[in-house]
Write a protein that binds this ligand. Structure first.
Ligand SMILES: [Zn+2]
Length: 194
């Protein structure tokens, strides 16, 4: 992400360094001339669960600093099609179901979560033992750290239930809001991280 320190960016602003530096030049196999290459990165296949890890910590020399740039991200319909190399693939729309937030600085911080309940489709804030409703408008904050998206209309095989509305929901009676979503998130292997 390009990151004006206190400004705001959107998930569509994701950009890689457009050109390699001259001292990092690439030798063209055809003309054997050193060229300033252009960096391009795209995904080959799309996962059922897409986890986006925002860069919130920056190393400057010896110091590490917290970045509080406001990143605007869609709660529904994140379209990954422009970032996929193989365009024919079906199902590139994602809906957000959880956000991990980091509050504080490098010296001390606190984590909270916003999760969408698959039963009532409402968002809830999880702060230690406190759970309270949040408005959709409040889900995107400067504290957003890790975004959890689920491919639309897909129920992963490893998931007992799903945040997809209308999915099968044989639920135990003692379930708290968000339990299903968190259990699903934990079951995802860490290698799926970006
Ligand atoms: Zn060449």
């Amino acid at each position: 992400l390009s990151e004006p320190e206190q400004g705001q960016v959107g998930t569509g602003d994701c950009a890689f360094p457009p050109r390699l530096a001259p001292d990092d030049a690439w030798r063209c196999p055809h003309c054997q001339v050193l060229q300033q290459g252009v960096v391009k990165l795209s995904l080959w296949t799309l996962p059922d669960i897409l986890i986006i890890h925002l860069k919130r910590f920056r190393q400057v020399g010896e110091r590490r600093t917290k970045l509080s740039t406001l990143v605007r991200f869609p709660l529904r319909g994140l379209n990954m099609a422009p970032h996929v190399a193989k365009r024919s693939q079906a199902g590139s729309l994602y809906d957000l179901y959880a956000v991990c937030n980091h509050h504080g600085s490098m010296q001390g911080g606190h984590y909270t979560a916003y999760c969408r309940n698959s039963l009532d489709s409402h968002w809830y804030s999880y702060d230690d033992s406190a759970v309270e409703p949040v408005l959709e408008d409040e889900v995107s904050t400067r504290g957003a750290y890790i975004l959890f998206y689920q491919r639309r209309n897909v129920i992963p095989s490893w998931s007992a239930s799903s945040s997809v509305q209308g999915g099968p929901a044989p639920l135990p009676s003692a379930l708290a809001p968000g339990d299903v979503l968190l259990r699903g998130a934990q079951a995802w292997p860490t290698q799926g991280r970006l």
